[in-house]
Design a protein around this ligand. Structure first.
Ligand code: 13P
Length: 307
């Protein structure tokens, strides 16, 4: 990490105190952004932390759906995203219209939608899930009904391996283009170079990568596994930002990215300069239309109940 200007850190800290604000960042953010955040977590952890946040302003450094989720869960607080259009390319792959059509084609199914999707799409779901709880939730859903799941085929593969539930996945080729940059050949080469290393993978990775992994789980789950397991070396199949946090949490261990090209552009849009500006000008306020927010909240409550 480049040495950060201490002046900007001081100004950010002063603004946080003055405005009773907290800064939350996802593990895929830039290291200096994570350094000024009060809380750094995976998607599930960010949800838990926003629910407990004792602040007037919550600044969310992540992709759009993360800030929108925080706004839905905190209608009485001001939720701010330091940048606009921090797009999650996976989220764009299932529109509300497409999901409504899929629902019509599959009457009698329960709709389980991955958090990494458009907020307006999630509003027509029965339940929402994250990488951390997708398999548990699928397992606890109504046994007599098939699950209509979207939009990630790789996460669907991960869930199907862990439940006997019938999953119908929409769209046919939904995928995170960042995690799909991690291919089997890279993994095999990395394993040849580091034969003792354990392989940890995110469920958004392609099935061939998942099939070779010693552990598959959410970003938070991967950190927990790497810190708690006895191994000293790990091959990490996830967006490269996670390596920084892994190294921080387990400084005596060694982490190798399976590929260095898995970089999420949306996550890297936020900078410390943008965070200072966000706190100073209280922009960009994230507002989710009430009728959408009510429906997403209902589907999230089902997630809290089942997870
Ligand atoms: P997690 O839910 O594991 O933090 O993953 C978030 C994400 O955006 C993966 O692409």
């Amino acid at each position: 990490m480049k040495k950060m200007n201490t002046k900007i850190i001081e100004r950010i800290e002063r603004l946080k105190r003055k405005k009773n604000a907290i800064v939350l960042a996802h593990y895929f953010e830039r290291p200096d952004v994570m350094a000024v955040a009060d809380i750094v977590a995976g998607s599930t952890g960010l949800i838990e932390e926003t629910l407990k946040a004792n602040a007037d302003i919550i600044v969310v450094c992540g992709v759009d759906f993360m800030a929108e989720t925080a706004a839905i869960l905190n209608p009485d607080k001001k939720v701010i995203a330091p940048v606009q259009r921090a797009v999650c390319p996976l989220a764009l792959q299932l529109t509300r219209k497409e999901l409504l059509e899929a629902k019509k084609e599959n009457p009698g199914s329960e709709v389980l939608i991955y958090l990494n999707s458009l907020t307006e799409t999630k509003a027509v779901a029965d339940c929402i899930c994250t990488a951390a709880n997708a398999a548990t939730i699928a397992d606890k859903m109504d046994d007599s009904l098939p699950i209509l799941f979207g939009p990630d085929q790789a996460v669907s593969y991960y869930v199907r391996k862990r439940t006997i539930k019938e999953l119908i996945t929409v769209p046919e080729y939904g995928a995170c283009p960042v995690h799909h940059k991690i291919v089997r050949e890279d993994l095999i080469n990395a394993k040849v170079a580091h034969p003792e290393a354990k392989i940890v993978a995110h469920p958004e990775c392609i099935p061939e990568v998942q099939d070779h992994a010693d552990y598959i789980g959410s970003t938070g789950g991967m950190i927990k596994y790497c810190t708690e397991t006895e191994a000293d070396e790990f091959l990490v199949a996830a967006e490269v930002g996670l390596i920084h946090m892994l190294q921080k949490e387990a400084p005596t261990k060694i982490f190798y990215p399976v590929t260095t090209t898995a970089i999420c552009g949306g996550m890297k849009k936020t900078t410390v300069v943008k965070i200072e500006e966000a706190l100073e000008k209280e922009k960009y306020e994230v507002v989710v239309p009430r009728e959408i927010a009510v429906d997403v909240r209902r589907a999230m409550e089902r997630m809290f109940e089942l997870a």
